[in-house]
Design a binder for this molecule. Sequence first.
Ligand code: GUN
Length: 290
Amino acid sequence: MSAQIIDGKAIAAEVRGEVAAKVAELKSKGITPCLAVILIGENPASVSYVTGKRKALAEVGMEDRSLTLPESTSEEELLKIIAELNADKSVHGILVQLPLPRHINEDKVIMAIAPEKDVDGFHPVNVGNMMIGRPGFLPCTPHGIIVLLEKMGIETSGKHAVVIGRSNIVGKPVSILLARKETNCTVTICHTGTKNMAEITRQADILVVASGHPHTLKGDMVKQGAVVIDVGVNRIPDASKKSGFRLIGDADFDDLQDVASFITPVPGGVGPMTIAMLIANTLQSASGEF
Ligand code: GUN
């Protein structure tokens, strides 16, 4: 049987619709949720992500205070801009698009964002709060994955979830969220040091693939009926496309079609959810929830 496609695009649109209604409500009380997305340089993937984020802001009626800065921007200049946005009461969220140019220390930048405006959920205060189940901003991609599972009605309690990848943005936090009482999975993390990865992935009921490499997960690595969540976004040259490339995931979609019970497509799976959760976090911030 063919896998059911998890339509992240449609689910993200539903989430944005819910957010838009609450934005209208807040606006009637005189509060306009406002996000500043900071993009440095012209990394094509980052430009594309930031464009998507700004489009979503406009769609739900939020204020967009985004800044596009040249590659030559110094760390000092960036930290000054962040300090100004931290102090500005009309700004509810600050996001600095990663990766940053090599001359800027990513850690210093993340640490500079006020935790109560860190809608990416990358600041150690928010990471710590997530870890111990206190209120705070959840990181957007991992939270989006949990919402996808919920909205699809996929049972998670007692299931074995295998996560491929241990990044701070996806692998580590999604492992924590999957293991929380509410989700109740038993979690295994695979990474570049894992021996016999296929042996482990074949035990998974739910697979989250965030390896950062195209087609890491093949059909013969997956148990029949497993759920596959593909976080990968890889640009592959494709002369038949106007852009000259197409996007493929970290999972081999075609190879998994007859193996998985549910699978996210790339594009149109996890990606739109990341943006939807960012918008939801900005709303939470403007509502003064934290
Ligand atoms: N680069 C890739 N994903 C993300 C993300 O979720 N947030 C930020 N700030 N940068 C990213």
